[in-house]
Design a protein around this ligand. Structure first.
Ligand code: DX5
Ligand code: ZN
Length: 224
């Protein structure tokens, strides 16, 4: 678990103090900062969070790579602005469109030098075409949600672990497999044992009774 990247999710931070939340994550050794960019347009993800202007502001507040989870019905509307805002990676949902459109979006993101990701909601079975796309290096990150998209603080759904195992087996070590939702010290260990190398954690870290840094230490110890 030494190469595991911890990505605190600012969805669980104080939205009125995001610069402080980003600096706290940076000081505690986060690898990426996870930004849930939702606009409420996708029926499966009805929360409305932050968009490109807040990503740009975070880019000025921290050196952490900004990992944007774009769970919206029309991601193409925001990709240019997120690139200009300094995002390091953009992940779009498999469920929102035909595979041809997804390929265009991934090419656009990669062409700008960012990590291109595909996310899967917990009820979506792992598509064989995504497995083969990952196996041939056509995507940099696959985000496997372990909770329903939209809100933090939900219980981890262990069915995600089979998807992690199958994907790691097919794609090999080069792919970032990110598990998002319900991560704590117990589920972090399960996700990493299954083959995940990026863990997103919101409420466990920003809601930790001893503070984010203590939560980061617990996650690192759990996956060591
Ligand atoms: C859920 C988001 C997650 C969320 C995870 O829609 O994609 O990134 O912040 O929150 P926790 O870690 O509290 O489950
Ligand atoms: Zn997310």
């Amino acid at each position: 678990g030494g190469g595991v990247i911890l990505a605190p999710s600012i969805l669980a931070a104080d939205f009125a103090n995001l610069a402080a939340a980003a600096r706290e994550a940076e000081a505690a050794g986060a690898g990426w900062l996870h930004v849930d960019a939702f606009d409420g347009s996708w029926t499966a993800c009805r929360n409305f969070t932050v968009g490109p202007p807040v990503v740009a502001a975070l880019g000025r507040a921290t050196r952490l790579p900004l990992d944007v989870h774009l769970a919206v019905a029309h991601p193409g509307r925001y990709i240019d602005a997120l690139i200009k805002g300094g995002a390091a990676g953009i992940t779009v949902h498999w469920e929102i469109g035909p595979e041809t459109e997804l390929a265009v979006l991934l090419g656009w993101i990669r062409g700008a030098g960012l990590r291109a990701g595909v996310a899967l909601a917990p009820d979506t079975p792992l598509p064989e075409s995504l497995v083969s796309l990952a196996a041939r290096g056509g995507v940099d990150v696959v985000l496997l949600l372990a909770v329903a998209p939209g809100w933090g603080g939900q219980a981890f759904r262990p069915a995600v672990l089979d998807k992690v195992r199958r994907l790691r087996q097919a794609a090999g070590p080069g792919l970032h497999i990110q598990v998002d939702g319900g991560i704590n010290a117990v589920t972090a260990a399960e996700a990493v044992a299954a083959g995940a190398d990026v863990l997103v954690a919101g409420s466990f870290l920003y809601g930790h009774s001893k503070g984010l840094a203590a939560g980061m230490d617990e996650l690192r110890a759990a996956v060591a």
